[in-house]
Design a protein around this ligand. Structure first.
Ligand code: FAD
Length: 447
């Protein structure tokens, strides 16, 4: 057992997306960083079955990566998706571009590949050491004393500042909870997710690789994102229990019959459908809220550890990356005084994170249900026409969330203002029309 006490270090617990990026940013500021990760080095291992997760990386994530010179490398593995391809039960697929100009894209990237690129960058950064196979099991927020479980036994450590980037089920958050230093609420959906695979056909993509494919089915849905190996990873978002749920389909015949009836274009493209469905795990979906995110200006939570959200806006990782950029800005603004920077970080991020948590929940209804409706499709076309007619003055919510770094809370305020203004214009137009019709009728009567 080694006592790795380094009071001059910043400890980051969790070498996932946010943790590795944070290590790079802090190294750039001149900090010595110890990055602890419960898993072994993922660059040498296998991806867990059914947990590949490909992410839609958009402007906020790219902005963070650009700041450490990593965007170009990451983008070389990414596949641009310019819109949604809607797969109805019967009939033709339809394409809905994400932006008015049809040239903007969100980017499909494997979470594993992104994590590995960030691990490489963190490892190469001066002053960063990474301890794999280190699971945090104890933390005293008053002293920064930590306890890790490793294959060789317990390993104590300490740091001046401890940052928890250990994901939605954060052990750091659990420790702070145990000390009564914060409160949390976990709102799980009655839905889970399960991955399936569409392999390449004849060496090529089985579906259009420039789209995010959606099979909206009212109360549930499936999506598919392209991979560089020309396969697609499909993700089912279904109720966990009840009719048409994961639990309701147990036999191969029932699985085949369900997909043939509700996703008829899938079975010919997915030869391992039944096996994938039976073998792949069901993941949970929920929103984590907690507060405060920091204790005493020396221990703090970032990313999913502080605020996991449901994945329906494709923003969890983008938002976690934005946390890192904001913390870096707070350290700038506070002259690297952590006791001032961490509370400032929380104040600046809180309302933004709450805004995207809510928008992500709203977007589930849009994706699984509304996108299939002709009224919704007309609305999107009108929105895009307005964006073209009033460039910079009318900007859709999707555009602001995915293709800008406008703070999420400001996105909500701005889109509400735009909708109110549009409502007023529409009401004015109706009033004018009614007025004109009334005048014409009375003229007609007089004539
Ligand atoms: P994580 O990536 O979860 O990393 C946490 C790390 O901490 C892990 O490496 C873990 O092993 C480690 N750890 C955990 N416990 C301990 C411990 N006790 N000690 C030490 N280490 C520990 N986001 C997007 O932006 N776009 C998308 O399209 C998108 N799609 C998604 C689809 C699905 C199905 C899901 C589930 C999520 C999706 N997300 C998406 C969200 C995204 O994956 C997360 O928001 C992101 O991974 C959060 O990064 P993080 O670093 O905070 O946490």
């Amino acid at each position: 057992m080694t006592d790795t006490r380094r009071d001059d270090e910043v400890a980051i617990v969790g070498a996932g997306l946010a943790g590795c990026l944070l290590a790079c940013f802090l190294a750039r500021r001149g900090y010595r960083v110890a990055l602890y990760e419960r898993r072994g080095d993922p660059r040498t291992g296998q991806v867990e079955r059914g947990r590949s997760i490909n992410l839609a990386l958009s402007e906020r994530g790219l902005d963070a990566l650009r700041r450490i010179g990593l965007a170009e490398q990451v983008m070389s593995d990414a596949l641009p998706m310019r819109g949604r391809m809607i797969h109805p039960v019967t009939g033709e697929t339809t394409f809905q571009p994400y932006s008015a100009t049809e040239d903007r894209a969100i980017n499909s990237i494997s979470r594993g590949a992104l994590n590995n690129a960030l691990l490489d960058a963190a490892e190469a950064a001066p002053g960063v050491r990474i301890a794999f196979d280190h699971r945090l099991v104890g933390l005293d927020p008053a002293t920064g004393d930590m306890m890790f479980e490793t294959p060789a036994g317990k390993d104590p450590a300490a740091a001046a500042v401890v940052l928890g980037t250990d994901g939605a089920g954060s052990a750091v958050r659990g420790q702070l909870l145990g000390y009564g230093a914060l409160t949390e609420s976990l709102d799980f959906l009655d839905y889970g997710y399960k991955e399936l695979t569409i392999p390449p056909i004849g060496g090529d993509y089985a579906l259009d690789p420039e789209a995010l494919h959606i099979w909206p089915r009212g109360t549930s849905m499936m999506i598919a994102l392209p991979n560089p190996d020309r396969s697609f990873t499909c993700t089912l978002f279904w109720p966990t229990h009840g009719t048409a749920s994961f639990a309701s389909l147990s036999s191969p015949a029932a699985i085949e019959a369900h997909f043939a009836a509700h996703y008829p274009d899938l079975p010919p493209l997915a030869p391992n459908l039944v096996d994938d469905f039976q073998q792949n795990p069901v993941g949970l979906l929920g929103t984590v809220r907690c507060g405060p995110w920091q204790v005493g200006g020396t221990v703090a939570l970032l990313g999913d550890a502080a605020h996991a959200i449901v994945p329906f806006y494709g923003q969890g990782a983008n938002c976690a990356f934005e946390d890192v950029v904001e913390l870096d800005r707070c350290l700038d603004d506070c002259g690297d005084d952590w006791t001032a920077a961490l509370p400032l970080f929380e104040r600046r991020r809180q309302e933004n994170v709450e805004a995207i948590a809510q928008m992500a929940l709203d977007n589930f209804v849009e994706m699984r249900d509304k996108v299939a409706s002709p009224m919704f499709q007309l609305g999107r076309r009108v929105e895009h026409a307005l964006e073209r007619a009033l460039p910079g003055r009318y900007v859709s919510r999707y555009e602001l969330v995915s293709f800008s770094t406008t703070p999420y809370a400001e996105v909500r305020r701005r889109t509400r203002r735009q909708h109110r203004a549009l409502g007023a214009v529409a009401a004015g137009a109706v009033a004018l029309l009614l007025g004109a019709a009334g005048t014409a009728i009375s003229r007609g009567r007089r004539g």
